[in-house]
Design a binder for this molecule. Structure first.
Ligand SMILES: *Cc1c(COP(=O)(O)O)cnc(C)c1O
Length: 440
């Protein structure tokens, strides 16, 4: 049967980030449960990157399944202009209760990129609505990734993935990112230098900037790069002190990925806009939200329609997605998910000494449920041969681990057991040793 699926897949589908001429066949998955994916013959694979960081409580969680089925039997969808429904209202209320400060207005869209597009347009229009027409610039960070649509690619030019489309993109200003971790000897110096450069950039453009956008504490697709809460606090305060809007793109960091429910909890600040997706629906349904403060929302109120935010998607606030997201938020409390995350973090930390001693590894680092390191100098670059060799080795050995260039990382679903984690670590090292042997 598998051959049959692959034959048709080869004939009819077009996969993301894939060179179909050269890439190996995809893995046919027919079932998933907890931290595991299964192929047709029952072969098990540990999903160590949570299916692109979306899966939170585990695959096929019985309570989320039930919430989804129940919602489907009641109302699967209704347009969200001129209509509303209980799942959207309940989810908006629950998110607003868990987010800091007056981040209370939830704008729904379909994925992480659209949540960023919405933030970009909201920030831009906010200033127009207030009569400050010259504020058209955005500041983002080196190494940042904000999605693959045009606006999101513009903001993510710092990650270097989008050179091909340069002519189509908005021009933005790019600030350096500290890219520092706990054992980094240059942590203080890098942080101070990045902060200085940021302030200089803000001072230069303060009257033209609409917003700054940042992946707080952890850059994802750009290579799982960290910065300190202090750095985040200082840049946020500095930009807000100059009256600029600060957007936290928590599409990746939200829902526990830095150890707290949201990175902004760990930092202790309230941004003006926050983007959420990926873990929002626990790996079930595509949905994104952009959350605005009450103050930002107020700038869109007027007798005239001109100041309204004229943006929407067919599936805005899809009831199935909202019901799933709401159940997922409830599970964070009911299952003490932050406690599980703390246990994963402790297990990761116990691996740090062995990683630091490994000749093929440098910059071993942990944040919350994320363990990351880079392949030692001289290897790497995005689509690096080593990263791909490793990925294929891990796939053949029951582990879904997909390096980003030369950054290798684990980001498991929070339901992962101690035994499964140990199995993943042991496979992780075996793969590295295999690579060493190939290189020798
Ligand atoms: C993945 C990601 C996005 C884009 O989300 P999609 O759902 O893939 O469009 C945006 N920002 C960050 C930080 C991400 O990690």
């Amino acid at each position: 049967m598998t051959e049959n699926w692959l034959k048709k897949d080869r004939r009819y589908t077009w996969h993301p980030f894939t060179q179909h001429e050269t890439e190996r066949d995809p893995v046919v998955i027919t079932r998933a449960r907890g931290a595991c994916l299964y192929d047709e013959s029952g072969g098990e694979m540990l999903d160590m990157i949570s299916s692109w960081w979306t899966c939170v409580h585990g695959h096929a969680h019985p309570e989320i399944n039930r919430a989804l089925a129940e919602q489907a039997s009641r109302l699967q969808h209704v347009m969200f202009a001129g209509f509303t429904h209980p799942p959207a209202v309940n989810l908006a209320e629950a998110l607003s209760a868990r987010l800091p400060g007056d981040l209370n207005r939830i704008f729904f869209s379909d994925n992480g990129s659209t949540s960023v597009e919405v933030a970009l347009k909201l920030a831009y229009q906010y200033w127009k609505n207030k009569g400050e027409k010259q504020r058209t610039r955005f500041i983002a960070f080196e190494g940042a990734y904000h999605g693959d649509t045009l606006g999101a690619m513009s903001l993510g030019q710092g990650c270097g993935f989008f050179k091909l489309y340069e002519d189509l993109l908005l021009s933005i200003e790019t600030a350096p990112f500290p890219d520092t971790w706990e054992d980094d000897e240059e942590r203080t110096h890098k942080t101070a230098a990045a902060l200085e450069a940021f302030k200089t950039l803000i001072d230069k453009y303060q009257h033209e900037v609409a917003a700054i956008i940042v992946e707080p504490l952890m850059q994802g697709a750009g290579g799982i790069r960290f910065c300190t809460p202090d750095f985040m606090r200082e840049i946020t305060a500095y930009a807000q002190g100059k009256g600029l809007l600060v957007v936290y793109d928590e599409v990746a960091t939200g829902f526990g990925r830095t150890g707290a429910l949201f990175a902004c909890d760990k930092i202790g600040v309230t941004p003006d806009l926050i983007c959420l997706s990926k873990g929002l629906t626990a790996g079930y349904m595509p949905m994104g939200v952009t959350v605005a403060t009450d103050r930002l929302f107020a700038a869109f109120l007027d007798e005239s329609f001109d100041k309204a935010f004229v943006h929407g998607h067919s599936f805005t606030a899809n009831p199935l997605a909202c019901a799933v997201a709401l159940k997922s938020l409830e599970l964070f409390k009911a299952e003490n998910t932050l406690g599980k995350i703390a246990a994963i973090e402790a297990a990761h930390r116990a691996q740090l000494p062995a990683l630091q001693d490994h000749p093929g590894v440098h910059r071993a680092r942990v944040m919350g449920p994320v363990l990351a390191f880079n392949l030692a100098e001289g290897r790497g670059g995005y689509k690096s041969a080593d990263g791909e060799i490793l990925r294929d080795w891990y796939l053949s050995n029951g582990l879904n681990i997909r390096p980003l260039g030369n950054a290798v990382y684990l980001m498991p679903p929070y339901c992962i057991t101690e035994e499964q984690l140990q199995r993943a670590y042991s496979g992780l090292f075996q793969g590295l040793n295999q690579l060493e042997r190939l290189a020798a």
